[in-house]
Design a protein around this ligand. Structure first.
Ligand code: PAF
Length: 281
């Protein structure tokens, strides 16, 4: 495993990769967990070299306290990646290396995908994600980049980004990894107390209940059911629940057999904001 903390040295190292060798890329914000490791393992299985970036991107945080408290565990991250014994290059840049004078995001139009769910609740978030993912893809120039489905809206937006910017990279979405309790793996779980960790499983349980009842229950009734489940669990504060069309991410009012739907939840356990989603049909 090799570590680069500067864009220039990374670019130089990647320029000596043979033309027939495939580069995989896993962008992360660090505090690595099983979900990230599953992406890196998949990438190692499909490529000759895998670049993993670890960079907490300031422009995608709409809340400075959230940015300050975002878990940062670079030593543990590096040792987890080392243990994989694969052809991994870690890219650990500083903010000044990726943003020149102004730490600001480009304004994007992702065809409306950016205005749904996370976009409504985290103003400017996807401009920040688009800006950094575009920068990283232009530096690493991977054949394939891997993103987790836990951030399903982000995955759809990244697919749109590479289409808009005509970036020659294949975007692969990978399934959510869950702990024993069903809670989706997330770097933010590191900030949960033992009690909150237990309570947060309501998110998964509720999504599963929605999935199990999806065929037989109207969307209106499913919305009411979820509201009720969160009322019964006052320690978890529901920010939104949506059943949305997988492609457009628009809220579904009623079901259409030809469409694919997913249920999405964002909820707070104390100060910690958690998101999760599940395919319904
Ligand atoms: O999903 C994340 O960790 C981040 O949004 C990403 C894609 C690394 C961009 O900062």
């Amino acid at each position: 495993m090799v570590i680069h903390s500067q864009k220039e040295t990374l670019v130089q190292a990647l320029s000596s990769v043979a033309k027939n060798e495939k580069i995989g890329f896993v962008p992360t914000m660090g505090a690595l967990h099983g979900g990230h490791i599953s992406l890196v393992k998949k990438a190692l299985g499909e490529n000759d070299i895998v670049v993993v970036s670890i960079f907490v991107n300031p422009t995608q945080f709409n809340n400075t306290a959230d940015l300050a408290k975002y878990p940062r565990t670079p030593e543990e991250d590096i040792s987890l990646l080392k243990n994989l014994n694969g052809a991994v290059i870690v890219f650990l840049p500083e903010v000044s290396d990726l943003y020149d004078d102004s730490v600001s995001a480009k304004k994007y139009n992702f065809g409306g995908l950016e205005n749904e769910m996370e976009g409504k609740h985290r103003k400017g978030h996807f401009d920040g994600v688009g800006t950094i993912v575009s920068k990283l893809l232009r530096i690493v120039k991977p054949n394939t980049a891997y993103f987790g489905e836990k951030d399903f809206q982000q995955l759809q937006i990244v697919k749109k980004l590479v289409a808009i910017e005509k970036l020659p990279v294949k975007i692969v979405g990978c399934p959510i990894l869950r702990g024993k309790s069903g809670l989706a793996m997330s770097s933010r779980n590191k900030r949960l107390s033992a009690k909150q960790f237990k309570e947060a499983t309501i998110i998964y349980k509720t999504l599963k209940e929605v999935r199990d009842k999806f065929r037989s229950t109207s969307i209106t009734d499913l919305n009411a059911l979820v509201a009720e489940r969160f009322l019964q669990n006052p320690n978890l504060n529901l920010e939104y629940f949506e059943i949305a069309n997988e492609e457009t991410l628009k809220t579904a009012k009623r079901k259409n057999k030809a469409s694919k739907y997913r249920a999405f939840i964002a909820a707070f356990a104390g100060e910690v904001r958690l998101i999760d989603n599940m395919p319904l049909n």
